[in-house]
Design a protein around this ligand. Sequence first.
Ligand code: CA
Length: 371
Amino acid sequence: MKKISRKKFIHKSALALGASAMLTSCANEKEEITAPNIISNKKYRWRMVTTWPPNFPVLGETCTRFAETVKVMSGGRMEIKIYGGGELVPALESFEAVISGAAEMYNAASYYWAGKAKAAQFFASIPFGMNAQQMHAWILCGGGYELWRELYGQLDLVPFISGNTGVQMGGWFNREINSPEDLQGLKMRLPGLGGKVLEKAGGAAVLVSGGELYTSMERGVIDATEWIGPYHDYLLGLHKIAKYYYSPGWHEPGSILETVVNKRSFDKLPKDLQAIIEAASHSTSMWSFHLFEAKNNEYINKIKNESKAEFRLFPEEVLDLLRLKTEEVLEEIVASDKMSAKVYDSFSRFAKQVAAWSEYSEKAYYQLLSK
Ligand code: CA
């Protein structure tokens, strides 16, 4: 578009507004109709803090892609600088940093904030809860977004889906799990609700950061660890030091990642930039989820070909016990927090409905594929 003065621009915009109905059949419609949609030429320079190490595969890449998409969609009016965990604020202070306005947005997974807002974890992943496809359906079309915005709105935040890991792996074990007794005293790196469930089942959930996982497993400080899925697990080298690779990831059946914006900053944006943030977040979310799928598919085969790891499924009675303990953990959360009760009611009702449908759709189809 050729350069025009502000005065001419406003004049042209007014003309286009008044005559927009007539212009739809005009040869110049492209230039004339787009002009009124440019609300302001003001430039925005925002900061996004994240809980991931800088440029972390998939999760960090998703943030970079989001920022690039926003820049292109906004014609350069909005630029977002990404900070890895610890670069601007410590990773787990991202939540407070955005509430206070020290950064305009963060990218994380909402279960990190369970200590600050209990109900937040329902928007990431719940053990034995919904998978990625079902979570997306609940959040986007089943009332989940409304509840998520209500909860975060109380903290002056606006949440958006920014990705999903898909079903994670159950983890790497140097001990066989053949019966519920094998969980007794099992020292496993398993954060969040999964860890609470393991403790109720007789195990010990040990806190180990990603950077210390390999040596903790190698030295026998822990008997087992989960991380994410084949791609990230391979990059950590866990296949070199653990005997068994268990599935499924009952503790994280489809973890949602979130891009969260300071509400005061968001409300000050022109409507088109608000829509761009939402659209860019959703489009990169789609990309992130499918990048996980593509990479995990590639790397599970690498692990099979390059290591001696034995692939195992958790025995049914072990999963039955873990499911029972999950119900106890969830009952405690719901009984102690009104908002968690409200969110869990919506979550569990949707999960029940979608399970009935999945029986005839995805499950029936997977059974067909496995024949
Ligand atoms: Ca995990």
